[in-house]
Design a protein around this ligand. Sequence first.
Ligand code: ASP
Length: 330
Amino acid sequence: MWIEKAAARAATLWLASGLLIASGIARAEYPEKPVTLVVPFVAGGPSDKIARDVAESMRKTLGTTVVVENSAGAGGTIGTARVARASPDGYTLLVHHIGLATAPALYKKLGYKTTDLAFLGLINEAPSTLIGKPTLPPNNFQELRNFIAANGGKLNLANAGVGSASHLCSLLLQRTLKSDMTFVPYKGTAPAMSDLMGGQVDLMCEQATNSTPQIEAKKVKAYGVTSPERSTVPALAAIPTLSEAGLPGFHFNVWHGLYAPAGTPAVVLDKINTALREALKDAALIKRQEALGIAVVSDDRLSPAGHKKFFDDEASGWTNVIRQAGIQPE
Ligand code: ASP
């Protein structure tokens, strides 16, 4: 009896030390190969741009290449499902935005559950801008409002698919203006921006990441920013907030975060979170983002718990907005 107990205790100790060694090895070895950062939109758009900027800096801390993979379609839900199903080993990560919090309210069926993902930290926050093709007649928001009232459904509003940031902003706009403009979905706002500049579509609500350079170059017309205050970036400073231009309380903030498949070992998550924190302290990265009117996150939302709390608040707030607007899941 005593011998059996002693043997069992020895076996438990052996198992525990084995686990400790295993986690020690994980800590010592990760990463042993390149890390893939999935962006659920096409290259050249706001999500791709922040992911590439962060990947470059994370590489320095992780000591391995961080490869950005664009897995676009269905408003970001295809790339998200790819990461949710990936092996939880820290080698496949996701950069996604506010759309991750709203997708469950907008889609009847998703290829993943939010609980399939682990939170790693919030990255940035960007205002959006309401922009139009260069030949659109209105020259300010008031004129645009009248133009929309007169032309309604004939106007095309580009977006990056159901649940994308540009789509959410457009939903808010439609609802506030009580208009019925036609939505034109793309796999990301990079191709939508080309079509807007070329005059194939009329309007878009696009993150400052992508619109600031085009506004500055006068390749699009700018009608308003979605932040509560005007932007201090020179190219955007003269543009009124939509709230001051006639839509009181119209605020829309796009944020991006970093995720791993749920079940990724804590030691690996820690290493990735450290690399993210380091990346977001990079003065050159902060400068590049700020030049576009974007704030890099430096508060408690950079922790997995702070990120999750913020995410849950956003998800419930937006789910209410979507339900109250009577928007049915597709
Ligand atoms: N984030 C998307 C992109 O990078 C745009 C959007 O969500 O509106 O294309």
